[in-house]
Each structure stands twice: as C-alpha cells, then as structure tokens.
Design a protein around this ligand. Structure first.
Ligand code: PEP
Length: 255
C-alpha cells in the first residue's frame, strides 16, 4: 500500500444495494489512480460484495470496528477472523463515535489493536481532541495520551502496519475543518512521537491521515501541508463523485 492513503468511513449509511451502486460507479472513476492508496470501509453487510467488486482496482476494503476477543458468546460482535474472511485488510479502531457514543476506552481500543495486528489486519487508529480540550490548550496532551495507550510496546514492524488518523472531534461531521496549519501542527507532533517511541525510519513509514470534514474543496490545501499523508473521510465519502475528487486531489499532488 502506498504511503498516501485516502479511506472512506461510511459509518451507518448505505444499504447493500446502495453500496453496490456506489462501487459500480466509483470503480470506473479510479481507473487512472496509480500512486494513492484507497480504502473503503462500508457497513459489515456490504464488505464481501464490495471486496469482490473492487478486485481489479487499486482500492481495498476495511471494516469500521471489531471486537478484541477471538470468538465466543459475544452477541452481535464481529471478530478479526470474520472480517478477514470477507476480504477486509483494514479496520478503523478508536473512532471518536466509538469512544464517545459507545464508551470505548483507551484500554479497550488497545486490546482491539493488538488483536487486529495479531490477525494480520491493519488498524486505522483514530486520535483526536474534543473542542473543550482544544480550547483549554490540551490538544497535544490528549493526543499523546491516546497515542501512548494505543502504541506503547508495539514492535517497529507492528507500528508500520498501523495507520494513524488524526481526527479533531470538533471537526467531524460539523463542516468545520481544521485549517491546514492546525492539522499540520498536530501531524508533525505525532511524527515526533513516532520518532521518540520508535525511530526515524518507522516514523517515516507510518501514514498519518487527517479526518474532519474533508471535502473536494479543501483536500488540495490539506494534502499539500507538511506531514499530512492522506485522509479519513466521512460525509464526503458517501458520494462517489466527491470521494473520487478527493482521491484525485491526492493523486494530482503526487504527480
Ligand atoms: C469521520 O467520521 O471519520 C469523519 C472524518 O467524518 P466527516 O468527514 O464527516 O467529518
């Protein structure tokens, strides 16, 4: 997978049929994409079909969550093996909606990261501060705490199998985007955290995506900013034109 990666997080949107219609259209729009990694994270019910339909394209599929246990009496949960069996290569973990609506703690997220890595799924680990934390000047403290809880003790190879998504919670689904300067500042700090905990080479190899109201109109200036290696896109990824425009903005930057 290339270093610059754009991922779609559809959240609880699209039926099986709607997902299929999206991919039929989207796969034609990414025929010229060569350098940008593309990941679609649909609801679980669409994973297998989307995986099949994307087979001859650059795009891969990921899930939006998983449970940390291997199997057993955990009604409604889904395991890493199950996700792999339908073609998922990635899994979003620690998304702010999982943290804040469903009460997932740093500890639970860490158990999921460990299980995903053990099973060969690449976690897209979301970190980000709330608005009140930003206003209180605590952004870096909050992100560092989440970073340490997620990655302390991983090997360099394990760390390189993770993608980090910096997603300021105040910018998710609100239409309010972090400015390129605000995003780049935190991304640069995350890169430094990677250097400190691992080393320069590992830090360089990890993709740090930005997420929070990314749209075709702001993708260009964000991708041009230092240490921004791609995007995790919610709302704008539901429209195949918008999502493909974001992917093309990254591809254009790489030319
Ligand atoms: C997200 O949910 O990961 C996200 C970034 O959403 P949006 O693009 O809608 O802000």
């Amino acid at each position: 997978m290339p270093k610059k990666i754009v991922a779609a997080n559809w959240k609880m949107n699209k039926t099986y049929q709607e997902a299929e219609a999206f991919v039929t259209d989207f796969s034609k729009k990414i025929l010229e994409i060569k350098k940008t990694g593309v990941i679609l994270c649909p609801p679980f019910i669409a994973l297998f079909n989307i995986h099949e339909k994307l087979k001859n394209t650059v795009a891969e599929v990921g899930a939006q969550n998983m449970y940390f246990e291997e199997s057993g009496a955990f009604t409604s949960e889904i395991s890493a093996d199950m996700l792999k069996s339908v073609g998922a290569k990635y899994v979003i973990l620690g998304h702010s909606e999982r943290r804040h609506i469903f009460g997932e703690t740093d500890q639970v997220i860490r158990k999921k990261i460990d299980r995903a890595l053990e099973k060969g799924l690449k976690p897209i680990v979301c970190l980000g501060e709330l608005l009140e934390e930003r206003k209180a000047g605590k952004t870096l403290e909050v992100v560092k705490k989440q970073f340490d809880a997620a990655f302390d003790g991983l090997s360099k190879a394990e760390m390189e199998n993770c993608i980090i998504a910096y997603e300021p919670v105040w910018a998710i689904g609100t239409g309010e985007t972090a400015t390129p300067e605000q995003a780049s500042e935190v991304h640069t700090e995350i890169r430094k955290m990677l250097i400190e905990k691992f080393d320069n080479k590992t830090a360089e190899n990890v993709t740090i995506q930005y997420g929070g109201s990314v749209k075709p109109s702001n993708a260009k200036e964000l991708i041009e900013s230092k240490n921004i290696d791609g995007f995790l896109v919610g709302g704008a990824s539901l429209d195949s034109n918008h999502f493909s425009d974001i992917v093309h903005a990254v591809e254009e930057y790489l030319k």
